[in-house]
Design a protein around this ligand. Structure first.
Ligand code: ADP
Length: 872
């Protein structure tokens, strides 16, 4: 109270106490300072002020109050108030005025002022509150939206705009459907509406869509606003963006799912244990062992292990062993299976846990067993294989060899390891290996023959079949080789090949021979037949008859020699030919041959010279003179045949107990490449139908056969067109010359056997006539027996000096007849006439009791000579 008059002050107090009945505190001030001070100290609810004060006045106080900013009801209480001052007071901000004379009005004025003030304060408070609220709403970090009860948006805060991307202009008038993502079901929204329409708050999480179609997650609270009557007028939705959390949650869930998937999808059972007790297992573990997760948890880990493996597993757990190892596991049903275990100690949330992975290796074990079986099978196969098997690296060093390979190379067990074929071959042969290895580098299998020297120095030929060996990437790392000892096979093959070639050659030669033969036989036969026909002509002159007869005789001889050759060859071939040794004068032989062949040499204008290098008495030797003669004859005949000018020398030399004979000519010669062929039967340098030289190709073959039979060898030195020199040796076996009965051939016409009786046993009459003719000139008395029986009869009944006995005869053959005669007349000379000429036949004849034999066809000279020896 601003009042200088104490009585008035008391009166006013009195009045207010009485009328208001309130406990009222009063402070009365007069001066401006006190007034201002009490405004803050006393904090009055109402100010009653005098209009006029000694040092202050009501209007000024009003102004001071306004300046202070305090809003306190101010009532002027004055003694004298004009219309004017009242108006000034109100103008200055006084709430009311009361005249002291009419103090009863004060009560209403104060009451009214306090009520207005109260109202004003409340309003101010409400306004302040609203302001704060709206600020909070505006600045809230959550999205806020308000709709009317029909759901039309009436307000959105800035966060809504930020979150959804819709501006408030775009949002207002629309419904929250603009945020619908389509991710929630119909029921979801129905439930929401049901809740809020019932007046309750709805709480939940929306998956909403922004203006740009991006999704976001909002944790929402929707509540309703009601008016005084409890009618819903608005809905307010508050939404907190939880996309990030939701995402993190989602990620977490996904990662959890992935982890579950991972751990359940493994082929291994996985256990986590702590202090030996299972605290977790994956799905595979459940499937593998049959314990559910619940059954597994808190079970000792060792329960999964079969008795036989428990010790091992316990030991590995205790020692913290972390490498994989094999054990036997046991299922819930007690069945067992082999497994591989690998475990690891780990720290998890400060605790030590053991993570164990267990893999069922039943299949692997089965495969392993199968592998071991098949490995054993193949090992046995390789070990017992007859062929050598070898593995070699790129440098041809051997890393594996089976027993057969060791056998072939002649080494003991493992004797080939780290060795190379180089140790068993010459450098040349190893070169072949290296070349073949290059072939294999191209991926090609190679097969080749190799000469090796075994550990025991024995030489062998092996067949190597090598295939390249590659690693997984196809790079060559060596070879796989199969070796076979083909030494024997090779040898047999070579022999077979040779035999085949020989057979072919012999076949060919026989064909050639037949052609030659036909020619060689036909030529003399034509002569014989032709001239024999002509001899029948009775008008022939003596000279012509002689000449024709000679032609027939010569041709017959030629034919005979061909037949003789063929017989000789076959008897040589069948080894029936034998040497019949007798004392022989080599010098006489040389002389004889020189004499015989000279006419031919003269005819061809060649010089023929037989050379004797030893005196006569030193070259009486033991040999088969017939064969020796024939060899020399053949060689000289050839020399004469194949020489067109120059000379032919033949003779002998004594060299180290052998006589080395030679026949040298200056003829056409023989190419060195053919030297070993000419001895083959029927073989001739000139072949086929264009031959310019006759012959059968048997001469050298017979000569060689004879020389070998005599114990020597035959060879040639010759060059084409440089002449030839044939050599052969025979053993030098000299004979005491006094033992030699030299036969000096007489002229046939000088024989006179008129006192002799000769029996000719011969079934072919013509042959008998021939023999009778041959002996006609001797004057001998001839008896004829046409078979063996007649011969025996005649021989025993008549005085006979000599019998010429045919071998093949009816009734009794020559042998039988002779045997019978021999019994009676042991000394009667019986000479066999035989077509067989081999030594065996001769021996047989002698054994049968024949004195001698003579070969058919019989030549007059030979016949007389032989008979002369035995006729006494
Ligand atoms: P042939 O004389 O009947 O043909 P051989 O066996 O005596 O049969 O001789 C075989 C071959 O050897 C002859 O055909 C000839 O080609 C060759 N030959 C033999 N001797 C001589 C030689 N002195 N000079 C040249 N070639 C010869």
């Amino acid at each position: 109270m601003l009042e200088d008059n104490k009585n008035d002050a008391e009166l006013i107090q009195e009045e207010l106490h009485n009328s208001l009945g309130l406990k009222i505190e009063f402070v009365t001030v007069e001066k401006r300072n006190d007034f201002l001070k009490q405004l803050y100290l006393f904090k009055p609810d109402i100010i009653l002020s005098d209009y006029r004060l000694p040092q202050y006045n009501g209007i000024t106080a009003l102004q001071d109050l306004n300046d202070s900013g305090l809003d306190i009801p101010f009532i002027i209480v004055t003694g004298s108030l004009t219309e004017e001052t009242a108006a000034d007071s109100i103008k200055a901000g006084a709430w009311d005025y009361v005249v002291k004379e009419r103090l009863f009005r004060l009560e209403a004025a104060v009451k009214n002022a306090l009520q207005v003030k109260n109202e004003k304060d409340r309003k101010m408070e409400a306004e302040r509150k609203l302001l704060t609220l709206s600020k909070a709403v505006e600045q809230a970090p959550v999205s806020i939206l308000m709709t009317n009860k029909e759901g039309v948006i009436e307000y959105v805060n800035p966060m809504f705009e930020t979150l959804t991307g819709f501006s408030s202009e775009e949002a207002l008038g629309n419904t929250p459907k603009i945020l619908k993502s389509g991710e929630h079901s119909q029921e979801f929204y129905a439930e929401l509406w049901k809740t809020i329409l019932s007046g309750k708050d709805w709480k939940g999480v929306f998956k909403n869509k922004k203006k740009n179609n991006e999704f976001y997650w909002g944790n929402a609270n929707i509540s309703s606003l009601k008016d005084a009557k409890g009618e819903i007028i608005n809905f307010i939705g508050i939404e907190l963006d939880v996309t990030e959390n939701k995402q993190a949650e989602e990620n977490l869930r996904e990662s959890e799912q992935r982890y579950q998937l991972l751990s359940n999808a493994t082929f291994e059972a996985i256990f986590i244990s702590q202090k030996g007790i299972c605290i977790n297992q994956n799905k595979t573990a459940e499937k593998m062992f049959g314990y559910t997760l619940n059954e597994a948890i808190n079970r000792p880990g060792i329960d999964w292990i079969a008795d036989e493996s428990k010790d091992l597993v316990k030991l590995n757990i205790m020692s913290g062993y972390e490498k994989p190892y094999e054990a036997v596991a046991v299922r819930k049903d007690g069945s067992k299976f082999p497994c591989e275990i690998q475990a690891r100690m780990m720290k998890h949330n400060g605790e030590t846990i053991r993570l164990t992975a267990l893999r069922d290796i039943t299949q692997r074990k089965i495969a392993e067993t199968a592998l071991i079986k098949s490995e054993k099978k193949y090992r046995e196969l390789i070990e017992n294989q007859g062929e050598g098997i070898i593995l070699a690296d790129l440098k041809e060093n051997i890393s594996f060899a089976n027993p057969a390979a060791e056998n072939i190379l002649g080494v003991g067990k493992n004797g080939l390891l780290n060795k190379s074929f180089k140790d068993f071959t010459t450098d040349d042969q190893f070169q072949i290996i290296l070349e073949q290895s290059k072939v294999r580098e191209k991926g090609i299998k190679s097969s080749y023959e190799l000469e090796i020297t075994r550990a025991d120095k024995e030489k062998k030929i092996i067949l190597v079949t090598a295939t390249p060996r590659n690693d997984e990437r196809g790079k060559m790392i060596g070879s796989f080789g199969i070796i076979v000892d083909i030494t024997e096979r090779k040898q047999i093959l070579n022999e077979l090949k040779l035999a085949k070639e020989n057979a072919e050659e012999s076949d060919r030669l026989k064909t050639v021979f037949l052609q030659n033969m036909s020619h060689e036989v036909r030529t003399p036969m034509n002569g014989i037949i032709g001239f024999s026909e002509m001899l029948k002509d009775s008008d022939l002159s003596e000279a012509k008859r002689n000449s024709y007869a000679n032609i027939v005789i010569n041709n017959s001889r030629q034919l005979l020699s061909i037949i003789q050759d063929i017989i000789t060859i076959s008897s040589l071939e069948t080894k029936q030919e034998m040497a019949s040794k007798e004392a022989t004068s080599v010098n006489d032989l040389i002389f004889e041959l020189q004499t015989i062949h000279n006419p031919k040499a003269v005819e061809k204008r060649l010089q023929l010279k037989g050379e004797k290098s030893l005196p006569d008495n030193e070259v009486f030797i033991y040999t088969d003179s017939t064969k020796l003669r024939q060899v020399l004859n053949n060689l000289i005949n050839n020399a004469l045949k194949f020489t067109h000018e120059g000379n032919i020398k033949f003779g002998y030399q004594l060299k180290n107990n052998v006589l080395e004979f030679y026949v040298k000519d200056t003829g056409i010669g023989i190419d060195a490449s053919l030297h070993n062929k000419i001895y083959q039967r029927f073989w001739q340098v000139e072949q086929g139908t264009t031959r310019s030289y006759g012959g059968t190709g048997l001469g050298l073959s017979i000569s060689q056969g004879y020389v070998e039979l005599l114990g020597g060898e035959l060879w040639v030195e010759s060059e084409l067109s440089k002449g030839s020199a044939f050599y052969f040796t025979i053993p030098y076996v000299p004979v005491d010359k006094t033992l030699i009965k030299r036969v000096h051939p007489k002229n046939i016409s000088s024989f006179n056997w008129e006192t002799k009786s000769i029996l000719i046993a011969e079934d072919e009459y013509i042959n008998f006539v021939y023999l009778e003719e041959l002996l006609g000139s001797t004057g001998a008395k001839i008896f004829y027996a046409k078979n063996g029986k007649e011969a025996v009869d005649l021989a025993l009944s008549t005085k006979i000096n000599l019998i010429l006995m045919d071998i093949k005869m009816p009734e009794l053959n020559g042998y039988e007849a002779t045997a019978l005669i021999r019994k009676e007349k042991p000394d009667l000379p019986i000479i066999a006439q035989t077509a067989y000429v081999n030594t065996e036949d001769k021996e047989k004849a002698k054994a049968a009791g024949f004195t001698d034999f003579i070969t058919k066809p019989i030549q007059q000279k030979d016949l007389i000579k032989t008979m002369e020896q035995h006729l006494v």
